[in-house]
Design a protein around this ligand. Structure first.
Ligand code: GTP
Ligand code: MG
Length: 361
């Protein structure tokens, strides 16, 4: 946390134009607000093509809001960013060029995102369950990811060490293969431009069968950071996915590594140290116990009045086999996420009721 907070003391909050100009003079830089700073860090960390595009786009969008709002007083001091058209002030030229670049980047990002969505759908069709690691920045997600996959994703004591989602296949975690994803860390008061920029990345999480919330157990701000992450999950619509809380860095606390269960025997949390490897067996047990939980695998019988439901199930690609008996009743073997089943209840009427009774019970 140290890296950013020293600078934040200086720049947090909105500055008046006069304060801003004085700071520009004193420091000789234009990096003056929290968003610009975070974006700067993001720009240094982005590795993938998509990550770089997302950061550049967010930077330009942010710059353009500042051009409109607060930069007129700096107009004469700056060189500007391109050739001035006839009768244009420098500010107008800057705005026009920015708008062009933003459009071009948006178009390129749309394409990249489309390709990634296709990849995600292909994965879903493949039906290998996805476990998504999420958590506040610096909680230890990448270290844990490396432990679980025995791979070497960059783990560092710095904010946003990971910007691009990484997905690996683990052959034998829950007895059967699973996919594990490591994603960008969340942060308190993430400026809304950034939430928008990384929405696509965060939405990877929505495809997960199990969300693993990695929490830095030794963080003095633990409760607040934990709440922030769960609010963001709520925001992107991931609140009703199965969630497992993992308290990492147990080595820095008095708490023993291992499983915590509630009175009903349900796993409440797991304490681990990704750094020392303590608690990893307990974590693996918890993951395999919980990952199947969000899946429904059963037979459903559909009469002729359930044609709509039948076609929706086929469209979702969740039908494993179909047998039609002499009375014309379709017996379908389906395997799907509880979440998808819940969405199907929106069909309402007899279809919704059947989903409720047969799939969700
Ligand atoms: N003592 C201790 N340190 C740990 C543990 N797990 C991770 N760390 C350290 O915590 C720091 C952050 O770890 P990362 O794995 O990069 O954290 P992250 O959540 O991926 O961070 P971002 O990608 O920035 O969101 C690194 O210095 C790790 O070495 C642990 O169990 N114990
Ligand atoms: Mg990381």
């Amino acid at each position: 946390m140290a890296e950013l907070s020293a600078e934040l003391v200086l720049v947090n909050g909105r500055l008046s134009p006069i304060q801003e100009r004085n700071l520009v003079r004193r420091l000789g830089v234009n990096v003056l607000d929290r968003t610009t700073l975070i974006l700067d860090i993001f720009a240094q960390r982005a590795r993938s093509h998509e990550g770089k595009l997302q950061v550049e786009l967010a930077q330009l969008k942010h710059l353009s809001t500042r051009l409109v709002r607060g930069w007129t007083h700096l107009e004469r001091q700056r060189g500007g960013i391109g050739m001035r058209g006839p009768g244009e002030t420098q500010l107008e030229t800057d705005r026009r060029l920015l708008a062009n670049r933003i459009r071009a980047l948006t178009a390129r990002l749309d394409k990249v995102e489309q390709r990634r969505a296709e990849g995600r759908r292909a994965r879903e069709r493949g039906e290998t369950p996805l476990i998504a690691l999420v958590g506040y920045t610096n909680a230890g997600k990448s270290t844990l990811f490396n432990r679980l996959t025995e791979s070497a994703v960059m783990a560092r004591d710095q904010l946003f060490a990971t910007l691009d989602p990484t997905v690996r296949r683990i052959e034998s975690l829950a007895g059967s293969p699973v996919l594990l994803s490591d994603t960008v860390g969340f942060i308190r008061d993430l400026p809304h431009e950034l939430v928008a920029a990384f929405r696509a990345t965060l939405e990877e999480t929505l495809g997960a069968s199990l969300v693993v919330h990695v929490i830095d157990a030794a963080d003095p701000d633990r409760a607040r950071h934990q709440a922030v992450v769960e609010e963001v999950l709520d925001d992107i619509g991931a609140a009703d996915l199965p969630l497992l809380r993992v308290y990492n860095k147990a080595d820095l606390t008095d708490h023993a590594p291992g499983l915590e269960r509630d009175e009903g025997g349900e796993i409440r949390a797991v304490w681990v140290s990704a750094a020392t490897g303590e608690g990893m067996d307990a974590l693996k047990r918890a993951l395999s116990e919980r990952v199947g939980e969000g899946r429904i695998h059963r037979w459903i019988d559909l009469g002729p009045d359930h044609a709509r439901l039948r076609s929706r199930l086929f469209a979702l690609g969740v039908v494993q086999q179909e047998r039609i008996d002499e009375e014309g009743i379709c017996h379908l073997e389906v395997e799907l996420d509880r979440r998808d089943a819940r969405l199907l209840t929106r069909l309402g009427g007899a279809d919704g009721k059947l989903v409720e009774e047969v799939l969700l019970n």
